[in-house]
Design a protein around this ligand. Structure first.
Ligand SMILES: CC(C)(COP(=O)(O)OP(=O)(O)OC[C@H]1O[C@@H](n2cnc3c(N)ncnc32)[C@H](O)[C@@H]1OP(=O)(O)O)[C@@H](O)C(=O)NCCC(=O)NCCS
Length: 154
């Protein structure tokens, strides 16, 4: 796809380390890049998607095979670390990346993709058929969130 001046944008699986710069800059500016190595990142059931434009990673998102808190769904996936670089926002790149994550979850037989969505981003997820299950609740360091999920047809 060509996202408004970004040139050709390709969504593809990336190495966990490739998510670190955007994770830190966009989502955790109060932490260091070394702290971006999150639990479960290296598991075989986890996958990381990057949107690449001109060789640069301009958006990221990671999916972990993990049930919602208090649930035991062995086929649920959790979305974390969804971010678009400030320069690339509003061009459709985050949406393209999320569609790629949703397709990859569906291919893996996922029942649902859930996330703790920042209140400021919840409208973004609504556009991709996520529903709100709980919230708002406060998460340390990152403000108010909603528990949201996209349910897959089975
Ligand atoms: C949320 C975020 C990932 C969206 O990425 P993006 O590349 O700007 O999104 P897109 O341009 O692909 O937008 C896709 C659609 O969602 C809408 N949208 C984007 N951000 C939105 C927001 N915060 N609230 C409501 N709608 C939003 C767009 O208007 C667009 O709608 P359209 O298809 O009707 O035109 C990006 O703004 C971001 O990185 N924000 C800071 C970090 C963050 O909050 N991440 C989420 C943590 S839970």
């Amino acid at each position: 796809m060509d996202a408004h001046g970004l040139g050709l944008v390709e969504c593809t699986l990336i190495d966990p380390r490739e998510t670190w710069p955007l994770r830190q800059a966009v989502l955790r500016p109060h932490e260091t890049e070394d702290e971006m190595d999150w639990a479960g990142d290296a598991l075989a059931t986890t996958f990381h998607v990057g949107a690449l434009a001109g060789g640069l990673v301009v958006a990221i998102g990671s999916a972990y095979k993990e049930a919602r808190p208090g649930r035991h769904d062995a086929h649920a996936y959790r979305l974390r670390g969804m971010a678009t670089s400030p320069e690339a926002r509003g061009t459709g790149v985050g949406g393209a990346l999320l569609r790629h994550v949703l397709d990859a979850c569906r291919e893996r037989g996922a029942t649902e993709l859930w996330c703790n969505a920042r209140e400021t981003a919840s409208g973004f997820y609504v556009r991709f058929a996520f529903e709100t299950l709980e919230g708002p609740f406060e998460l340390p360091g990152t403000g108010p969130h909603f528990l949201m999920r996209h349910l897959f047809d089975r």
